[in-house]
Design a protein around this ligand. Sequence first.
Ligand SMILES: Cc1ncc(COP(=O)(O)O)c(C=O)c1O
Length: 471
Amino acid sequence: MLWIPIDRSLDIPLIKQVYQNIRKRILNGDLQSGEKLPSTRELSSELKVSRNVILEAYDQLLAEGFLVSQRGSGTFVAEGAFLKQRENAPSFHSLNWGEDKNKDDHIINFRSGIPAVDLFPRKTWAKLSHTTWNETSPSTFGYDLPEGRPELRQILSRYLLKTRGVDCHPEQIVITSGATQALTLVSKLLLSPDDLVIIEDPITNDIQTIFKTSGSALYPIPVDKYGMKTSLLPLNKNPKFIFITPSHQFPLGGTLPIQRRIQLINYSRETNCYLVEDDYDSEFRYEGPPVSSLQGLEPERVIYIGSFSKILSPALRLGYLILPSHLIEKCRRLKWFSDLHTPSLDQLILARFIDEGYLERHITKMKKMYKNRRNFLIHCLKTTFSNKVNIFGYSTGLHLIVEFNEQYFSKEILEEIEQSGVKIYPVEEHTIEKGKHPNRIILGYGHLKNEDIKEGVTRLHQAIYDVNSIK
Ligand SMILES: Cc1ncc(COP(=O)(O)O)c(C=O)c1O
């Protein structure tokens, strides 16, 4: 007799329990082709379930081809329903709702670009979500416009003019799933194999990969403490665009002065190329006057990219692209074929969040807190390493750079440092031409509390001391 364990305490209907058990046993070869199954009457009486349960489970297995029925003689396992199981098939664990996947209590991680996600304005967001989900018209639950919700684009164009000097009509904005999707769209919009992209060096690995994926070549221009060294822009080249992070160079932290911005614009006019401006975190500027966007100086040539990942949360996956008008239609089509559109309800919640003044209040609050963390990190570094380090790139954003006088950060040394419970990131990880920044590391502090910052710097100091005393 076929024994099938039935568990009435489960949420799974009995029909499904019987069906799944037989199906699994046929697939893995426990029940072999030609084998006869008990009659529905026998099995129902054996398992103490109603006959209908067995009838429906058999019917489904017959419909899917696992079983065949032969009139008058019974129900049999069909031919060809055995599937050889993969060796080392991955096992899947049960879901752990809300589990912190990045949590490692042991390590203090100075990873850059992570905001203080524990201070995300959950209550306000939940309140606005509730209102939005309840009050929005039914049509919003259908397919939407690839360029995004008009409400969000309108509010953004006003907000960006006021805060970043961005000069655009709402029609020029395409809402994206973060800056990363905006960069991918720009790549698809402008690049063909063998095209040339001029790019800052260092710049994040991810951005290099996105542009290289189109088959383009990267022409790196070194960065100093102000940003791209525009005096090194090449003659006799025809780049498709120049990629820059002028408000806050990633990772070295400079802010591009007006003279270099003008040089960039003149160069782009001469070579007829675009300027792609990535403005990923400049809302958090702690020193000096606020800097305006490059886009405001040359709206017809600059493609401007922004993101809510740092000012709110990377989990929202909300960003935007501002395009010269002649590129809009092609970009709309690319966005449509990429993911149709960014989730509409999230866009509406964000629009309310900005419109009702919550975003500006949140930025003001976070800026104060990040400035405090930054100052504390600088203080810890100075008191711990005194004149052995030079700290720079800290006027904006969520990370800074530490340059060591006599310490190089090879892969082995970084591993040893990690062993001692602190993770740091070398600038070299983001360079195109290798070997120019071997003694510089990036320390992200936005997500770290002061006690972790202090402990992290102490561990780093001890690890460097240990590494050198072993040598
Ligand atoms: C320079 C730069 N641009 C863009 C991004 C991507 O941000 P998003 O989360 O919006 O895709 C990052 C992420 O850290 C970044 O460092």
